[in-house]
Design a protein around this ligand. Structure first.
Ligand code: SF4
Length: 172
């Protein structure tokens, strides 16, 4: 698994101040993708255990963070490894509020409860789902690029058996 970007503090990829972690590799190939270089699983630097531990320590030691965001590429193409990273992060920092961005839909990710993708989804709190659709591009949207994409409250959706949209705690 490779890392293609890391911002220790960002306000662009989710609510509040978040550490944003970009995982290389994506096979969705959306037309108009903002960063096709990140489709390559070898792009960026190896996300070694040592690098993961450095980032975990930074997150655990930053009381200003509201949580983390996982982006790409698409972290669900490395679901098992990203899930292990989250396990170690939660072990060290307690359960951190986690947003995760993907080209998959919620329905695709919940189709097989035995899959690594489902296990990763269950560890997270907000899912920004769906492929980027160039014809539905909307720059007025916060936290996503096209109007087909949804911000989903994962625990509430899994508990109720239907998609529950995330509601912002901070309104402007
Ligand atoms: S899912 Fe994201 S990274 Fe992958 S092709 Fe679509 S826009 Fe690009």
């Amino acid at each position: 698994m490779n890392l293609c970007g890391y911002y220790p503090e960002s306000i662009n990829e989710g609510e509040g101040l978040r550490a944003s972690i970009f995982i290389s590799g994506c096979r969705h190939r959306c037309k108009g993708c903002f960063s096709p270089a990140t489709w390559n699983f070898n792009y960026g630097e190896p996300f070694t255990l040592q690098r993961q531990n450095e980032i975990i320590s930074e997150i655990a030691g930053n009381p200003l963070l509201s949580g983390i965001s996982l982006l790409g590429g698409d972290p669900f193409f490395s679901a098992a490894e990203v899930g292990s990273f989250l396990d170690r992060l939660y072990e060290q920092a307690g359960e951190v509020n986690t947003w995760i961005y993907t080209g998959y839909t919620y329905e695709e990710l919940t189709a097989d409860p035995l899959a690594a993708e489902y296990a990763l989804l269950r560890r997270c709190h907000v899912l920004v789902d769906g492929r980027f659709e160039e014809t539905l591009r909307d720059t007025s949207l916060r936290y996503c690029g096209s109007s087909n994409q949804r911000l989903i409250d994962i625990p509430a959706s899994l508990a109720s058996g239907q998609v529950v949209l995330w509601q912002p705690a901070i309104t402007f």
